[in-house]
Design a protein around this ligand. Structure first.
Ligand code: FAD
Ligand code: EPU
Length: 353
């Protein structure tokens, strides 16, 4: 306790409030911006030598700081986009600190199609492979050629092919074996010149497969996103707070018997993906508020910072939502958002159970 007081008295902590889309008050001992893999490696090593915990951040759109961070935050701002092409593909090599949505805009402005379904996703390009970002029928895995990774302990850079990244729904090797001690420094994206629009989701189904343009898909996706999801600049949030649960067919059938309208997505494995938003809405939790945190009234899967929420408000709300869904449907939702304590990232089970 005494050590903790001394730490706060002796250190001028730096605010993280504007560095996460949740906009929840938290501070860190050091915040360092890096623009190359060399400086990233150097800053990481120096923090470790100081015996400080380190966390790498992109745009902070998928994290919740549970308390002040007693160490160094490294902001990845490694920039650069280079493009090569052959007769059938465009190949983009992109620095991990480029903003994802700006990359989508850049590709379309330069006549390269294939990223339009992934428009308006917050975050940096280097974060895209981490949870294999996905929306409106496409995942990052579909366009990924390779990911360049820095092994921070050995200060060695190496390249993983898309297959080696072990992409799955909201997961990859970077959420498993390479979760700690590895930094994504650049990614390789391969876009097919023979554009095949993906129009299976929401309003995209209204577009005509025969004469649709990439720009129309982009506009439609942007329209759906701005209509369906709360804007973090109005009410802080981190997008979907939970992942959609993947359950056995037996359980899905039991739910369907009682609620024939339940949205269900059959998986290649034979299991069924359910819409967490639908489950939460059926628990009548839309608009439910604890302290300054609430379940968004438009989209039940988004927990928002409605009025100066603390991280503890968000955690209590998330715990409540999980318990209600488990009681009603027998399904324990898993968060998509990553929790960070004063010293490291922490497992959601430690936080929410
Ligand atoms: P951060 O939040 O900064 O970091 C996320 C995690 O990755 C942290 O654990 C961090 O330590 C780690 N990390 C960050 N950079 C690196 C690096 N270079 N190397 C190693 N580790 C790193 N996601 C989707 O998939 N689909 C969506 O449709 C979607 N919509 C969203 C809508 C809104 C309004 C918001 C706020 C978020 C949405 N998200 C969505 C979630 C989020 O945008 C993505 O997860 C995004 O990829 C996170 O990027 P970031 O740079 O903000 O990562
Ligand atoms: N629904 C409800 N209530 C709501 C909202 C939605 O019942 O309040 C129903 C919808 O009617 C629909 C279903 O739930 O039948 C799915 O809703 P939506 O299309 O909005 O998609 P989602 O499954 O909630 C996922 C991703 C989003 C991504 C969208 C679009 C996850 C966890 N979330 O949301 O990603 O943008 O699909 O593809 O997979 C994110 O990861 O942060 C994120 C926003």
């Amino acid at each position: 306790m005494y050590d903790k007081i001394l730490f706060f008295m002796s250190t001028k902590l730096k605010s993280l409030d504007r560095l996460t889309t949740f906009r929840i008050h938290a501070k860190a001992k050091n915040i360092i911006t890096v623009t190359s893999s060399n400086t990233l490696a150097k800053e990481w090593r120096q923090a470790v030598d100081r015996k400080e915990p380190v966390v790498i951040l992109g745009e902070g759109s998928n994290v919740l700081f549970l308390e002040d961070f007693n160490g160094t935050i490294i902001l990845n701002r490694i920039k650069g986009i280079s493009v090569t092409e052959d007769s059938s593909t465009w190949k983009l090599h992109v620095g991990a600190g480029e903003k994802w949505h700006e990359l989508v805009q850049y590709s379309l402005a330069n006549g390269m199609s294939g990223l339009e379904n992934l428009a308006l996703i917050f975050g940096c390009v280097g974060s895209a492979p981490i949870q294999n970002i996905g929306a409106y029928g496409i995942e990052f895995a579909r366009v990924c050629e390779y990911v360049d990774v820095l092994n921070l302990h050995k200060n060695e850079q190496f390249r993983l092919t898309a297959d080696q990244c072990q992409f799955g729904y909201r997961e990859s090797i970077f959420t498993h074996d390479y979760r700690h001690g590895y930094a994504v420094v650049s990614v390789g994206i391969c876009l097919d010149k023979h554009w095949q629009p993906v129009l299976e989701y929401g309003d995209l189904k209204k577009l005509s497969l025969h004469n649709v343009t990439p720009k129309q898909v982009f506009d439609s996706v942007c329209h759906m996103r701005t209509t369906n999801l709360p804007n973090p600049w109005h009410h802080g949030n981190a997008g979907s707070f939970f992942k959609n649960p993947i359950v056995k067919t037996v359980l899905a059938s039991q739910i369907k018997e009682k609620y024939p309208e339940v949205p269900m997505y059959l998986q290649v494995s034979g299991d069924v993906k359910l819409a967490a938003a639908w489950l939460i809405e059926r628990c009548e939790l839309k608009g439910f508020q604890i302290g300054g945190a609430a379940v968004d009234k438009t989209h039940a899967l988004v927990l928002i910072n409605i009025d100066h929420a603390t991280s503890s408000d968000v955690v209590k709300l998330a715990r409540n939502v999980r318990t209600c869904v488990a009681r009603k449907f027998g399904i324990w939702l898993e968060p998509e958002v990553r929790f960070i304590s004063s010293v490291s990232e922490v497992n959601f089970i430690e936080v929410l159970e």
